[in-house]
Each structure stands twice: as structure tokens, then as C-alpha cells.
Write a protein that binds this ligand. Structure first.
Ligand SMILES: [Zn+2]
Length: 299
């Protein structure tokens, strides 16, 4: 599943490619992608004649802002957008096509078919599900160390599931929570109320740094890809903890452990991220794998 840096990269690229374009008509070949309005014909009819003014983002939702409408799109597992000329072959698994007045098309392709599109009146999308329950944007200017600490520090929940909870901070998925906690030297099973002031500082800086570097990397690596076909894709980042179970810590050389916290595969350096006292010393489901076998990357 794409995480926030990937969605942000898609947003920036889409904004460059489609802002200013006017929709002539919309073709929907898989109706269940469209959730609102209920009928895909209504969806298509409502969009015809409207111009995309910008592409924005809230959490992992893309917001295509048009003159008088907002299209909220979630890519889920494998949703992808691409911009094509209308004479280019339509690939299989293309479910929605936005035909523009300039002869180009924005095509939505989704092999797993889990993606969604919802159409709203302007700003209405922010007041209704699914966007109205979302927490702080970690890349925004008003996401400060103080805001993070004040929002989370009274909670007695383990810090990892708390950071994954979209009601507090949006867009932090399993990969970047593991990376941020590793960088901050905080064990994922610490409860939020036990974190010291200096740890909140380190955690805040680690979240900003990890996400910022990933967005910057995506922004540069995506460029050549777009020049070819105009399709946006996923990319790998240099990960220090996530997916490195059984490998040495890049900081101290201790073997990175993998176990489950709150139902999610979790990667920890037992030396850099000391286990809280009182928690069980032995991880419940530590991953064992033979030497020389690369771990599979799941998000
Ligand atoms: Zn270490």
C-alpha cells in the first residue's frame, strides 16, 4: 500500500500534469470504484465540463479540486494514475478515464480494485466521512513538537499503535512508524505517557526527517518515469529498520529483531530502542530466517 510520501509524490506529479485541464466526459468501466454519488452515470455527468484547478492531499486521500466540485480518491493497494494521449492503447485494469478537451486522458488503473472515488461539493469533503475524522498532517507547518506532545502524551496506549491511528496523525503507516521510532531510539511498546520531553523532541524530529527525506527522494526519482509514459509509480527508500529483521543495526551492529506489536510486523534494534521495564523480555513472534535470505517487504 502506498504510504504518505508516495501519495504526496503522486499528488505533486498529478498537479503538474492535470491542473488546468477541462473534462469533456468520464468513462467508468468498474462502477464499484465510484462510491458517491451512488450511480456512476451521475458521477460522470457531474464532472463533465469542469476544470481541475489543483490536486491536493489529506492523509493518504488525493483531493482533485475542480471548479465547483472535489473528487476524493484513495489508491488503496495498487491504484495508479497515468496521463496519456487518447490514441494510446488503454491497458487492462483501467477502470476510470477522464477525457480532457486537449485530447489527453487521465486514466485510473487498479489491478486489485480496492481504490475508491467520492465526489463532493467544495469543502463538503472535509466535513464528511472519510476525511472528517482525520488527525494532524505531519508535513504541515502547524504540525509542531508541541502539538504532537500535547495530543499524545496523556495516552496510556503503546506508542506504535498510537502513531498508526489516523485520528491522531495521518498518513504514518507501518514502514515510517518503524523508521521514526528507530531513529528516535524509542521502543514501540513504550506507552505514550512514559515518554520524556527529550524523547518527544527526538520522535517529532524523526517523523519530520523520515517523511521529508522520503518525499524528497520520491520527487526526484519520479521525474524520469513521468517523462516516458506519464505514469506514476512506487519506489524504494533507504530503510534502516523496516524489513531488516535479522540484519545488523546500521548504528550499533546489534541484530534487528522482528516481532508483532498491535497486529503489525515491527522492527526494532534491542540496543538502540530499549524495551520498557515490565514488558516481556522475549518477543512473542520473533522472526527467524536463514542466513543470506532477504526479507520480503510488506507494507
Ligand atoms: Zn542499534
Amino acid at each position: 500500500m502506498p504510504e504518505l510520501p508516495e501519495v504526496e509524490t503522486v499528488r505533486r506529479t498529478l498537479n503538474e500534469l492535470v491542473a488546468g485541464k477541462t473534462i469533456v466526459r468520464v468513462t467508468v468501466s468498474l462502477p464499484r470504484i465510484i462510491r458517491r454519488p451512488a450511480e456512476p452515470e451521475q458521477f460522470a455527468a457531474a464532472l463533465a465540463g469542469h476544470t481541475i484547478t489543483s490536486v491536493e492531499r489529506r492523509g493518504k486521500f488525493l483531493r482533485l479540486v475542480l471548479d465547483g466540485l472535489v473528487l476524493v480518491s484513495h489508491l488503496r493497494m495498487e491504484g495508479r494514475y497515468g496521463v496519456y494521449r487518447q490514441d494510446e492503447l488503454v491497458e487492462t485494469h483501467t477502470h476510470v478515464i477522464f477525457h480532457f478537451t486537449d485530447g489527453t486522458e487521465l486514466r485510473y488503473k487498479d489491478v486489485r480494485q480496492f481504490g475508491t472515488m467520492d465526489l463532493f461539493a467544495p469543502e463538503e469533503d472535509l466535513l464528511l466521512p472519510p476525511l472528517n475524522k482525520l488527525g494532524m498532517e505531519p508535513l504541515d507547518d502547524d504540525f509542531t513538537e508541541k502539538a504532537l506532545r500535547e495530543r499524545l502524551s496523556s495516552r496510556t496506549t503503546k506508542i506504535k499503535p498510537l502513531l498508526l491511528d489516523q485520528a491522531y496523525v495521518v498518513g504514518l503507516g507501518n514502514i515510517y512508524v518503524d523508521e521514526a521510532l528507530f531513529q528516535a531510539g524509542i521502543h514501540p511498546e513504550r506507552t505514550a505517557d512514559t515518554l520524556k520531553r527529550a524523547e518527544w523532541t527526538r520522535l517529532y524530529e524523526a517523523i519530520r526527517d523520515t517523511l521529508g527525506r522520503a518525499v524528497a527522494a520520491g520527487g526526484s526519482s519520479i521525474k524520469s518515469y513521468v517523462n516516458g509514459q506519464g505514469e506514476m509509480g512506487m519506489f524504494q527508500h533507504a530503510l534502516l529498520a523496516y524489513g531488516r529483521g535479522g540484519e545488523p543495526c546500521t548504528s550499533c551492529g546489534t541484530v534487528i529483531e522482528k516481532f508483532v506489536v498491535g497486529g503489525r510486523g515491527t522492527h526494532v534494534c534491542p540496543r538502540c530502542q530499549p524495551r520498557p521495564s515490565g514488558a516481556s523480555a522475549k518477543p512473542a513472534a520473533r522472526q527467524k530466517r536463514p542466513e543470506g535470505v532477504s526479507p520480503k517487504i510488506h507494507s
